[in-house]
Structure formats: structure tokens, C-alpha cells
Design a protein around this ligand. Structure first.
Ligand code: URA
Length: 240
């Protein structure tokens, strides 16, 4: 951000007034007096006016989308497929997804420019619970549920036990809710495949404290204050 804008944002004064401060040599960036209005202030810089540190309370953006199937969880796609960029309002700052959903998976996805929170939420140590509504082939038997509960072996690792709840079941199809706290590539699909119930459709209905609710595919909303507080609590609870 440019220095004059930075100072104005920090509430030091109106644009004009802060420009006068800069020109007068009363502003230092990282210990050096700066008289150039167009100086760029890199993130993490120390800015002082008359030897008093100034800080901009940077506002972070958080956005929850219901990613439809057929959308990449990436900022661009060399193959020209739809990406989540198409689901972000145009006037938003650059926000990026926290974790990812497969191209074929729909459901709740959090996007933010809050790198610290994104790191915490994606870190395996904090193990945020994620719930998926899966439609799978065949009838899920109690023995399948037990296997999933105990944790199944996938190629490169052993998946931790999942919580599974059957919602509806027929001989040829089962609808179930499955909750995991890991996030390996295609993990739910591979777990269900390993008990021989391949996924037909997969929707993430919950990401930690955020429920998909009635958010229509392709639509977005800001988290509520309560959801945001609960997201932030994920890291603080785990680091205590
Ligand atoms: N597990 C999967 O298999 N796919 C997803 O998109 C998310 C979790």
C-alpha cells in the first residue's frame, strides 16, 4: 500500500494532511525518513510519525460459498474450466480458499485473505471436523460402518476413524453423513471406495462451525460474527 494511503487508513489524517507530514520529513518507514509520497509500504513494515508507531487495522475478508460440482477450487485453470474465482464478488480483495474440494464435490468452502486463520484451519494439528453428505452405491452394512469408524487403510496412510450416520438406505444406494478431521486428497471418496461403496455424489455440509444450511449452489455469504469467533477459537483452543 502507498505510504500516503497507509497513513490515511491508519487515521493519522486526511490524505492532504498526511502528504504534508511526509514531505516535511516527519514520517519514517523501517527507521528511514521518507519524503516520497508514492513510497510503497510492504506488509510488516514499521511506520512512525514523529517517532510514534502507526498501525493500520487491516480488515480481513471472509466469504463462504456453496461450491457447485463442476467448479475447480483454484484461482485459475489451464483447461478453462470454471473456478471459484467466478463465485467471488468482483469488488472483493483477493481471497483464497481454505483447503479444497474436488471438482466433482459441492458444498461449503471458506475463502479469506486472513493467512493466519487459513493456515490454522488447514493444519492437520487442529483437525477441523468436516462433514460430507455422500450418496454411495449399495447398502452400507454395519461391518462397513465399523471399518470406517475404526479407520481404513488408504494407499499412503491410514485414515483416522470417521463418524458415519446412515440417512437413508436401499439395496442399491445409501445416503450417509460422514465426518472426518483430516484432509487428504479425495479422502472421503477413497475411504468409501475402500469399503466398496463408491461415491455417486458428495457434498460438504459442514466445515468446522460453518454449516452449509440453505445456501444455494454458486451462492455466497459472509460468516456471522458467531461463526467467525468459532473459527478463530479453533486455533486458540488448540494452542492453549
Ligand atoms: N473428500 C473427498 O473425497 N473429496 C472432497 O472434495 C473432499 C473430501
Amino acid at each position: 500500500m502507498r505510504l500516503n494511503k497507509y497513513l490515511a487508513h491508519a487515521g493519522v489524517g486526511a490524505r492532504r494532511a498526511v502528504e504534508e507530514l511526509i514531505v516535511a520529513g516527519r514520517v519514517r518507514v523501517n527507521g528511514k525518513t521518507v519524503r516520497e509520497l508514492a513510497t510503497d509500504v510492504a506488509a510488516g513494515s514499521r511506520v512512525e510519525v514523529d517517532n510514534v508507531p502507526v498501525r493500520v487495522a487491516t480488515r480481513k475478508t471472509y466469504w463462504i460459498v456453496n461450491k457447485p460440482a463442476g467448479v475447480m477450487t483454484t484461482m485459475s485453470d489451464p483447461q478453462g474450466r470454471r473456478t471459484i474465482v467466478d463465485l467471488i464478488p468482483r469488488d472483493f480483495p483477493r481471497i483464497v480458499p481454505v483447503g479444497r474440494l474436488d471438482y466433482d464435490t459441492s458444498g461449503v468452502l471458506l475463502l479469506t485473505d486472513d493467512g493466519d486463520l487459513a493456515n490454522t484451519l488447514s493444519h492437520p494439528r487442529f483437525g477441523v471436523d468436516k462433514t460430507y453428505r455422500a450418496v454411495v452405491r449399495g447398502r452400507l452394512l454395519p461391518s462397513d460402518m465399523r471399518e470406517l469408524l475404526e479407520g481404513v487403510r488408504l494407499d499412503e496412510f491410514r485414515a483416522a476413524g470417521a463418524k458415519v450416520r446412515v440417512v437413508a438406505s436401499r439395496a442399491d444406494v445409501t445416503v450417509l453423513d460422514i465426518t472426518i478431521h483430516e484432509g487428504k486428497n479425495r479422502q472421503v471418496r477413497r475411504m468409501l471406495e475402500s469399503v466398496e461403496h463408491p461415491v455417486v455424489t458428495l457434498t460438504r455440509t459442514r466445515f468446522g462451525p460453518i454449516a452449509l444450511g440453505s445456501l444455494a449452489p454458486g451462492q455466497g455469504r459472509a460468516p456471522t460474527a458467531r461463526e467467525l469467533a468459532a473459527l478463530r477459537a479453533v486455533g486458540s483452543a488448540a494452542t492453549d
